[in-house]
Each structure stands twice: as structure tokens, then as C-alpha cells.
Design a protein. Sequence first.
Length: 361
Amino acid sequence: MLYVHIPFCHRKCTYCAFYSTPSASLRAGFVDALLREIHLRGTGHNAPVQTVYFGGGTPSLLPLHDLRRIVDTLASVFDLGRVREATIECNPEDLTPDYVSGLRQIGLFNRISLGVQSFDDSLLRLVGRRHTAAQATAAVETLSQAGFDNITVDLIYGIPGLSNDAWLEAVTRAAALPVKHISAYALTVEEGTALARQVESGRLALPDDDVVVSQYHILCRTLRSAGFEHYEVSNFARPGFASQHNSRYWDRTPYLGFGPAAHSFDGLRRRWNVADVARYVSSLGEGGGWYGEELLSDADARNEAVMTGLRTARGIPHRLASPQQMQPYIQRGWIVDDGTAYRPTESGMLYADGMASDLFV
């Protein structure tokens, strides 16, 4: 598993807490530093790579020639001959026919993750998105016509002003597009974001929890009827199209992450790169100091397995929790015991994080 973080955006969305910067002047130095990191860390790595993910930020902000340089470098260092899934995140407004054609010609990417978020132009403006609903639909059609048959779109619910009827219409519209996967997230207030400042100042009021819960159930019910499988709390896929890359994160499969703020995991240690493009570039130029790391304890590893497992349809094996611990959740209808694992129900997935924290050691 390889992850590449492209930390650039046109501008920051109001809700986004991921590391990114609008500074275009740093891009050339960033790409050179990224290629250096790939060479430094990939030397001696002989295992075939099965999944690759370009995330951000906005990877589709990079010119095609820079994307090709990165892909060519990855191919020179790693065995990419058995890659089954290679994803790149894109924004709708970036996907001109020429750009999409260029993505195809690069040859690696076979899955496109499109940040749609909403089909309501007023809500898109509210959360700081630059595209329109029409551009989102056109981007999916452009990708499909270019031969990309594994497209996933992101949606957000719980946005102030989003009614249940409008949300139903949005989910129905997304499911009718030629997409194989839909990710849908409840709007959350992350510290330090523009959204947090708007809420704290009283300029924006979030919907009540019961509205968010009702929109979650609308999402589940509508996508189930459309033939999508609910395999993780925020992720739905047509049969055979669950994200292979993300599923391995939840399985705690080791992976390498490159770029500012990217994380890595080797089975024992977590490692994270500095969340600062300028420092990342200068540190790699000096040959060190661009990352930190920690050794996970047995308790940390167990807690991570509980936390990730309860967010997925497969749940957690019996060895990670006792019947006495799980009985209250079974009685509430949040967990079912299938004889070998405790699996969250549709309602239970909503409370996965709370259940996990109760089970931490």
C-alpha cells in the first residue's frame, strides 16, 4: 500500500481539517522533495504493491507532467506490476476532457474519487466549494466517457439548511450516476477550521442530532434500495467495488505514506511526516528531520483494532470483547453476534466510536 499526499488546494473548504495550502509557489520544490522521499524510503522495498492512493489536498491541481513524474518515480522504486487499485482524488472543476485524457494516458489510475459533496449550489457555496452541481455531474460523465469505470463520489449531510427531502434527492441523484462507490460523511466541526469559527461566533447553527440521524438512515435506506452495500460507516459500494485501499487501513495493513502530513504504518510503528510544505522541502534537502514516529504498545494495537473494526460491517472478533461488555449494545440493537464476531447494525455504526472508547484498555 502506498499513499501520496498532495497538499495543495485552490482554497480551504470551511469544514476541512486535513493539511493543505493554497500556495502555488511551493509546488515545484514540493514535487522534487516528494521524489526524493520516495527514493529514500523505497530502496530495498521488494514486496509487490497492491494499492496506491493519491489524496490531499487536491491532487488534480497538479499539472499532468508532475503527476507523471511522481508515478514514474514510484514505478522505478516499487513493483507496481500487481497494483489492483490506484485512486486519485479530484475536484469536479479540474476535470476538463484534456485533463481526464491525460490521467488515462499516465496508465496507473483506475479509480477516481470525486469531491462532489452536494448537488445544491447554495450549499456548495456555504461550505466553500468552488464547483457547481452541473460541473459535478459533467465531471462524472467526462470520466465515464473516457473509460474510467470505477468512480466514487463524496457527499456530506448534516449541512445547515439541508432538508431531508433535499438530501433524499441528492443521494438518489448520486446513485443514478455511473458510479460504483459513494462515501457520505456527516458534517463535523473540526477545531481550527472556518466552520468552527462560524459556529463559535453564532453565524452558523448546526442541525440537531436527530436531523443528522434521520439523514443517515435516509442515506442507508436509499443506497441499499439502489443496490449499494454498506461496508463501513461512511462508505457504500456496488458489489465488488469496496475500496481496497481504505479497507486495508481498517485491517491495519502496513503502508507507506509520502508527502507533508502523510502517515505510515509498519505493523509496529506509526510514522507521520511534518505538516508543513516548506519545512518538508527543506528537511528533505538536508536529509532528515521531516517525520516523527511512535512505537505502538499492545494496548494501542488492540484499541486500534476495536476502533476500526466497529466502523465496518465485519465488526470485531470475539477475542477483542467479552459477552458482558457487548450485551448492552446487543440489547440496544447496535450489535449482533454472528457466532464469531460482534458486528454493528446500521444504527450501531452511528455509535461505533462511542462503543469503541468504552472498550478501550
